[in-house]
Design a protein around this ligand. Structure first.
Ligand code: PMP
Length: 359
């Protein structure tokens, strides 16, 4: 009888599956979701649009209408190609499997979005993490030196970064792009909340790719991400994409959402305002040691030494779910990450943190 241990790498078996905590009935501020549903009339129009989808047929394999809608709505440069993924997670996986046989590692500043490392390790590709500075900005010299030493196939830069929310210095990012002998993926998952983007430069130079997702904008349930890159790269990566990776309901729903983008943009605007309010509210609390400046829809903050997990737990007991990123230890010790929610959710969060810190 063959068992997983006979056939799978110990490194993979040693990894925990991606854990999602139970959140039923809670104020959910842990996963960078947009807290707003669509207004009633839009919801009805969407349901009507879905009524025309033929579920007995495979979806459009090239998702052509949706790709055209994304290119127009997000102004993907004309010279660049565009590949859609079942969430940007799938695109990360495709990118890693594309370079798997090169023997060259994946490199990223750390701490960052965990899936770069998780998916690299799952594919047997070495991962090099280059520590960020204490203020969570890029350590330029260390990064450039690590790139020279390891000659990575892929460098992932989350811009803004998760879980820190920081937007790296654009000039440093441009230096990294120029110096990288491999591919630089600028992961702009939080673009709706940030004022800077490399999308207009996707594909120039050919190793520069820009990845986006619809998840944080308000469509996390649909699972759609895209990669803008040189046509040569998109053509090569497309060979690794599973057929029909974007299902018919997602294709129709995202096209519909893009035709009504104003609603989502307005929601993002409210969340940016609320971000300023929550950041200021946290900074005023005794027991909060620092609040990291955020260009995303979440905020990383540090509480008094040794209190991180206790504060997370008090919030959980009070019915508010945030993310205890400090459990990973290292530079994130006693740091917590809260997603910006609706004004009343944010008020409840700020009151509960104040209470937890008093205890
Ligand atoms: N990139 C970054 C930086 C993220 O934080 C996330 C989600 N947490 C993703 C990519 C994945 O997004 P999705 O798969 O929902 O498109």
């Amino acid at each position: 009888m063959s068992r997983p241990a006979d056939l799978m790498r110990p490194e993979v078996l040693g990894q925990a599956a991606y854990a999602v905590p139970e959140s039923a009935g809670m104020i959910k501020l842990d996963a960078m979701e947009n807290p707003y549903p669509w207004p009633g009339e839009l919801h009805s129009a969407w349901l009507e649009a879905l009524g025309g989808v033929e579920l007995n047929r495979y979806p459009d394999a090239g998702a052509r209408a949706l790709t055209a809608a994304i290119r127009a709505a997000h102004r993907v440069p004309e010279e660049a190609g565009c590949l859609l993924g079942n969430g940007s997670d799938e695109l990360i996986q495709i990118l890693i499997s594309a370079v798997q046989a090169s023997g060259r590692p994946v490199l990223s500043p750390v701490p960052t979005f965990v899936m770069y490392e998780v998916l690299a390790r799952a594919a047997g590709v070495p991962f090099v993490g280059v520590p960020l500075r204490a203020d969570f900005d890029l350590d330029g010299p260390a990064l450039l030196q690590a790139m020279e030493e390891h000659r990575p196939a892929l460098v992932f830069l989350a811009f803004p970064n998760n879980p820190t929310g920081r937007l790296y210095d654009s000039r440093l990012v441009a230096e990294v792009i120029a110096a990288n002998p491999g591919v630089t993926v600028i992961d702009e998952a939080y673009a709706p909340f940030s004022g800077h983007s490399f999308l207009p430069r996707a594909g120039t130079p050919p190793g520069l790719m820009v990845m986006r997702t619809m998840s944080k904008l308000g469509l996390a349930g649909l699972r759609l991400g895209y990669l803008a890159a040189s046509p040569e790269w998109i053509d090569a990566l497309d060979r690794l994409r599973l057929p029909y990776n974007i299902n018919a309901l997602t294709q129709r729903s995202v096209s519909f959402a893009l035709a009504h983008a104003r609603v989502l943009d307005e929601q993002a605007g409210i969340l940016r305002e609320q971000r300023a309010r929550v950041s200021a509210g946290l900074a005023r609390l005794r027991g909060v040691r620092r609040v990291i400046p955020s260009d995303a829809n979440f905020i990383l903050f540090e509480v008094a030494r040794g209190r991180g997990h206790a504060v997370f737990e008090s919030l959980r007991v009070a019915g508010i779910l945030i993310k205890d990123v400090g459990r990973a230890g290292g530079p994130l010790t006693d740091h917590l990450r809260v997603t910006v929610g609706r004004p009343e959710e944010n008020s409840a969060f700020l009151a509960a943190v104040a209470e937890a810190l008093r205890a």
